[in-house]
Design a protein around this ligand. Structure first.
Ligand code: UDP
Length: 154
């Protein structure tokens, strides 16, 4: 059970409006990942800007902030072996046109600006922990035994 880590995932407003919260949660549960934090909220603009700070000079930044603050989102923390890489693989490429069928974006999205879900980037060192800190207080993350862990891990 080495390389266990926490990663940050968020259902975006388009997916919330389309009733896809359960679908996203289900896929991550079915994979064997452990849910340790989840909430629903309208994201404050300042937090959205902090979350997407790396894109602040990009032409799509203002639209991205408008979109992510336009309706409810569902920030989550999931835990598991190589969780960040596992989840990134499950959500697929950023542009749904490039996302393979079978990935969340490849199955539920068509447009780059409405791509259903966010997940911390495994190529961005420390993004998972940084994003968890932006969106969750430590006491919102719960500690419990995953009952099927012995069947998920060697
Ligand atoms: N995005 C966009 N236009 C672009 C590039 C990105 O609207 O040209 C949006 C897209 O929704 C993406 C988000 O900005 O999910 C953040 O971009 P990033 O490159 O970090 O992709 P991600 O990590 O979400 O796959």
């Amino acid at each position: 059970m080495s390389d266990h880590e926490r990663t940050f995932v968020m259902v975006k407003p388009d997916a919330f409006a389309r009733g896809l919260v359960g679908e996203v949660v289900s896929r991550l549960e079915d994979r064997g990942l452990k849910l340790v934090g989840i909430k629903v909220l309208n994201m404050p603009e300042e937090r959205a800007k902090e979350h997407y700070a790396e894109h602040e000079d990009k032409p799509f930044f203002d639209d991205l902030i408008d979109f992510i603050t336009s309706g409810p989102v569902v920030p989550m923390v999931w835990e598991g072996q190589d969780a960040t890489r596992q989840v990134r693989q499950m959500i697929g490429e950023t542009d749904p046109l490039e996302a393979a069928p079978g990935t969340i974006r490849g199955d539920y999205a068509l447009d780059l600006g409405r791509n259903v879900v966010h997940a911390a980037d495994h190529e961005d060192e420390g993004a998972n922990e940084r994003e968890i800190e932006i969106h969750f207080d430590e006491d919102e993350l719960i500690d419990y035994d995953q009952h099927d862990a012995e069947w998920l891990y060697e």
